[in-house]
Write a new protein. Structure first.
Length: 84
């Protein structure tokens, strides 16, 4: 089972984990902060793991696509901080 297939965009814990990963990526890019992205990514509620940081690019694309499709279809969990 692939990393993305384990991600459920309707599951609050899964989405909040994705938000946490996004926050970490912003810290790295905007503030040049050093962080172990493999550890951040692997600390997910659905027990999927990556070993190579380069694998995250593919997994992230699939997760982003899966989540955006769920948002557009009205089925995704959307954190309250983003609901106006």
């Amino acid at each position: 089972m692939s990393f993305a297939s384990k991600f459920d965009p309707t599951n609050k814990d899964h989405v909040l984990w994705l938000q946490k990963v996004d926050d970490a990526m912003v810290e790295i890019m905007a503030n040049n902060k050093k962080m172990d992205m493999v550890q951040v990514v692997n600390d997910n509620p659905f027990k999927a793991k990556i070993k190579n940081p380069l694998d995250w690019a593919d997994a992230h694309f699939q997760l982003a696509l899966k989540y955006s499709q769920a948002v557009l279809r009205g089925t995704a969990f959307i954190p309250e901080s983003f609901v106006k």
